[in-house]
Design a protein around this ligand. Sequence first.
Ligand SMILES: [Zn+2]
Ligand SMILES: [Zn+2]
Length: 418
Amino acid sequence: MKYYKLQDFGNDYLTQTKRVSPVSPAANPRQFPKALFLFLFLLSLFTSNATTIDVHLLADLKPVSVIVSVASGKYVIWADGKQMNDTLAASILEFKLEGDSIVTKTLERKLGTFKHITLNALLPASTLKLKCIQPSTGIRIYDNDLLISVDRDQLQVLNRVDLEKYVAGVVEAEAGTIAEDEFYKVQSILCRTYVLANMNKHATEGFNVCDGVHCQVFRGKTKDPRIFFATNATKDMVVVDNDLKLISTTFCSNCGGQTVNAEDVWGKSTMCLKSVKDTFCTHMPHAYWERRVSVEDWKNYLELKHRFPVNDSATFSTALNASQTGRQVYFSDHNLKIPLKTIRTDFLLKSTFFSVVQSRDSVIFKGRGYGHGVGLCQEGAMNMAKLGYTYPEILNFYYRNIIIVDRSKLDFFKEGEE
Ligand SMILES: [Zn+2]
Ligand SMILES: [Zn+2]
């Protein structure tokens, strides 16, 4: 991964003094009292077909000091509802938490102490460089607007970003930059479906999603034109079920040759997340794994945690050599019904799709796949894309009873509902 050096916060914008059009202070939401802002935010979730989303940046870091500069385009800065001098938008700015306020500085001087800062993009293609100083991160580039405020003992940094630009950034952060175009299209549709289904995940905190694994990893603007193209080629497309509801876009790294019914992992059945045989992932990197434990440990575990009759030698021998050729839910046939997912958790296994084989004083878990196995199998989908399958074929293979639809048409059908 390429990291920019600090000097990339160049001063070529310092000379840019052209006056930009003033924006009405009323356009800056941060001047409103927090309760009113929250109310308007919640209202907007239900009244608008949102094309921008508020992403909580640096969510896992507790930032107290960040620096920001313009990478491209034009910005105006608002501090507590007042527009700052135009030329400052071309400076390198530092925002540092002190007490319950944000001390704002350029390289040369202190500008003041504020509660809310907004960097408003005046052009759609405007981007900002953001670097967290405390704690330290590399430089990341973000599209559109940045909103900085105080959240108890840390800065709250939000990126108000166009949905499609956000989706492209998530695809790069979550899928890397070495996959096929059709796989990026699959990921774009799934990332978009996920975020639209989870717009109020952080509503009580005043934003839509965070940039960590809790929601979807987002490290800013994509640098890969192929990802940008794939997102654009699937613009506004989402996956819905037969009731036109956005589906749960769950996925795993590798299903080991067969995906799992949602109810077998989470207890709740859905029409879309059904077990399918998958031959596309069986030669991929995470197709197989092994883990060895002592017979003694295995015996103690079964006896102490599950009251397995380990002293019955005939019964215990079935626990030393148990094969699983197709996906099963339970380890034991003996009334005990030990959930495979419990064994997976207790022994930190990569999946529940394993057989047990005795080898002298050890038992070897011979496993297949990586992850819970529900939904799309990433390595299988990557291989399908490589073999020439299209994104609708890939999505329809892993998710059942789905419709891939433009979300604007979805609104039309929903409005037509009685
Ligand atoms: Zn989150
Ligand atoms: Zn698979």
